[in-house]
Each structure stands twice: as C-alpha cells, then as structure tokens.
Design a binder for this molecule. Sequence first.
Ligand code: MLC
Ligand code: AMP
Length: 468
Amino acid sequence: MLLASLNPSAVAAGHDLADAVRIGGVSLSRSDLVGAATSVAERVGGARRIAVLATPTATTVLAIAGCLIAGVPVVPVPADVGEAERRHILSDSGAQAWLGELPEQTEGLPHVPVRLHARSWHRYAEPSPDAIAMVMYTSGTTGPPKGVLISRRAIATDVDALAAAWAWTPDDTLVHGLPLFHVHGLILGLLGSLRIGNRLVHTGKPSPAAYAEAAGSLYFGVPTVWSRIAGDLDAALALSSARLLVSGSAPLPVPVFDRLVQLTGHAPVERYGSTESLITLSTLADGERRPGWVGLPLAGVQTRLTGEDGAAVPHDGESIGRLEVRGPMLFDGYLNLPEATAAALGQDGWYRTGDVAVVDSGGMHRIVGRESVDLIKSGGYRVGAGEIETALLGHEGVAEVAVVGVPDDDLGQRIVAFVVGSAEPEVLIEFVAGQLSAHKRPREVRIVDALPRNAMGKVMKKELTQGD
Ligand code: MLC
Ligand code: AMP
C-alpha cells in the first residue's frame, strides 16, 4: 500500500494513533484518517483527475489521501495561486472538479466538499504502482508551468529510500510547515508520514517559533527556514532535543550549517532532488554530513556527470559536469508535452537535472549551480524567469522586461524585474501576485531606460546583476 499506515485492517486491529496528523488546529487519529479519507474516495472514485487547493488544512490532507485511496490522480494547486496560473493548471490538467477547499474563482468546475466527520470503511484494492498519483506543476525556464507525472511507485520507492537514509521510523514526530503543493512538504512531509506511520505536526507556516514549540524528533526545512532558525537563539536551542534536522530544495549556505551545529548540536542532513526526480541524493543519519555537499545516491539511484561534449566527467571532487540521475523515483514525463519530456528524460531513463555538480571519489555530490540563469530558486520555490516576464508583458505599463534572481541572504535568490515602461513598481508586484501566485511576485522592480542587449538583441542578464 502506498499509504501503508492507513491500512484499514491494521487500524481495526488496534494500530491506531491518536494524533497521527496535526494541522490547522485539527488533530486526526489514524482511524479518523482512514474513515474520512475513504469517504472522500467514495465520492471521487472513477474521476480522471481532481484539483485540490493545497492550503495547510485537515481538509487538504483528507482530500489528497482520499484521491490516493481511490486511485484518482491529484492535481495540487498552490494555495496562493493567481488567476492565469489557476486557469492554466486546470485546463492543462483536465481536472474535473475541485475537492476540499475552494479558490476565489472555480473556473466553472464543480465542487466536491470534504466532510471531516464522514466515515466509510469500504476496502479499496491497491492501484497499480504504475498508476499516476499526482500531476504536480513546476516552472521551467520558459513557458507556463509543466505538469509533472508522478507515479505511485516513484513516491513509495523514494520515501522508503529516505527512511533508510535517515533512520525514519514510526517512532518519529515529524515537524514542518512547508506548502502542501510541492515535493518537499507534500510528498516527503505528508505522504512520507502516512506511509511510514510517524506523527506529523504541520505548523501552517515554517516559522522558527512554531518549529521550536512543536517538540519533534525530525524537522524538514528549506534553507530560508534554517537560516531564520539559526538567527533565532531560542528556537535554535529548542531544536537541540531533536534527532535529525533535514535541509533541502535549495543550497544550504555553509555559515548556516555551521551556526546550526553551534546552536543545536546537530549537523543538518542535506538532501537534493526535484519535482521530476523526487529526492535522489542525501547525506546519511549515520554517515558524514559535509557542509556544502548534498550526499550520496539513495538506494536504487545512479548519477553521472557529463561535459559540454557529452563525455563523462571524472568523479574527482573538482571537475564540474552536468548532473544526470536515474532511478525508480523518476517522473513519467510532462503532461501533454512530448518534446519537453524527450529533452529532459532520455530513452535510457537518465533525467537531465539542469544542475551542474561535482562528485568526489567516495560518491559525495556538491551542487555547483544551475545551467540556466532563467530558473530561479527563491525561498526554496522554483520560479521560471520567462513565466514572470510573460506575465509582466501582459501589463499595459510594461514595454520590455527582464527577470533575474539576485543573491539574497534570506531567500537564497530574490526575484528582481528590470522594466522599461511607465508602470509603478508596487502595481507590477501585485499584478504578478494576482496572475501567477503570491510567492512568484518580484520582491523588487527596477525601472530602467533600456535593457543591455547583445548584437542578436538578446538581453544580457549577467550584466543586469553585476552590482548585486
Ligand atoms: C504575501 N505577502 C505579500 C503578498 N503576498 N506582500 C505583497 N503582495 C503580495 N501579494 C506578504 C505576506 O503577507 C507576508 O507577510 C510576507 O509577504 C511574506 O510572505 P511570503 O512570501 O509567504 O513569505 P516569505 O517569508 O517570503 O517566505 C519564506 C518561506 C517560503 C520560506 C516561508 O518561501 C516557503 O514556504 N518556502 C518553501 C518552498 C518549498 O517548499 N519548496 C519546495 C519545492 S520542492 P507577513 O507579515 O505575514 O510575514 C523541491 C524538491 C526538493 O524543491 O528538493 O525539495
Ligand atoms: P523543484 O523542482 O522545485 O524541486 O526544484 C529542483 C531544483 O532545486 C533542483 O534542480 C536544484 O536546482 C534545487 N535543489 C534542490 N535541492 C537542493 C540542494 N540540496 N542543494 C542545492 N540545490 C537544490
């Protein structure tokens, strides 16, 4: 079973857990989860795809678990989604209804409510591991977000490999406050917990105070979260009683790693992955944790580095190459995009991550950066420059635009838009927040007279950020 801890026979035989999931002020026992999620399954069974507005609530947890019990692919929609992105996700995915929380605009789709107190004890057959569990939208360098097809097998094998790497067991209490519409918070945080059977405390937002108060054994965070905790003495001290602190989704700065060691007594475990590959590399609970390095391949994962000419790059700890990964946790392609799928995923099963890396002779990996300046990581969110540029060009006060990621102590990268035009910066920031999603809004808009272009007319983005 994908959600192994929700096995109705085991729960009936006394393997209940009173506070299996705590979220949004609601505590769900394991039998609440089985009964209410199976009742959801009965109402969506047979649907082709279902959209879930992934707010951090018990409703979202039951909606997603219910779809997975019924074998209906879920389309998680960002909780802060804007108009254009919502329309794109719904039309591209062909979702047939909203399940659970409702957005401001339903785009004409019917709504299936989730009833927290409904119960069903129907037994569903486990769907095939090949079946798609989820269509998760993620940014590329150009165009609108792509729907990544994630199978049940990918989720199960990834969670199991991480459990082995981190000694993650039902005895853990996992704490995190990450969004439930991306791999980190949803697949690892929520589905991982429902598979392994540990307690999950979702803090709503990943604030240092909420993490400190939750008294967990296992904590997940993006580097922005760890950097904020490292700057909050009380919160950091409270985490010293934890078992394992795990960082991922973006590079963890070495000074933050060092500060966490100093204040909490724990060297954080770092792991690396993506929406397309799930998590493929990690340092180990009982192994070396090296600042600036993201670890070894998980069980079943192979990696390789290739040079500009396609030749293999040696694993000598210094030579830089394009990172490719292969393993059972990889995606099944992008929905409706055979060309983009072929460009990213070879016939031989290797996924071109778009990251450049070095590997040492012991198999330890360090991520050096991204191949393209047009994929930005801000607060752990992946944001395509092209997507924001297209949105801004839709505003009448914008004639030309270039979007870049500028180094930022808190967010890793800060989204900055350089605009030629007459619009006010604040108006443009709100415009993007309303069209795409609040987390994709530029934090800064700089109005300029012209953009630096090369002889071909292409904007020279590196020149734009030289002073930052
Ligand atoms: C919100 N705000 C706005 C706004 N919307 N201001 C102006 N205009 C708008 N439209 C305000 C909010 O009210 C809030 O104020 C403030 O801006 C900051 O809000 P925010 O943007 O939500 O929070 P911020 O502090 O910037 O977020 C940091 C963060 C967040 C770390 C909490 O970036 C985050 O949750 N990141 C996680 C991303 C993630 O999970 N990535 C995983 C991808 S999977 P106030 O007053 O309320 O503070 C992946 C695979 C892998 O990568 O390897 O894991
Ligand atoms: P996403 O699809 O949002 O999961 O983003 C995937 C990208 O996040 C990867 O291709 C990397 O660029 C980046 N990433 C994830 N984890 C790490 C990490 N531990 N260190 C550096 N970059 C990371």
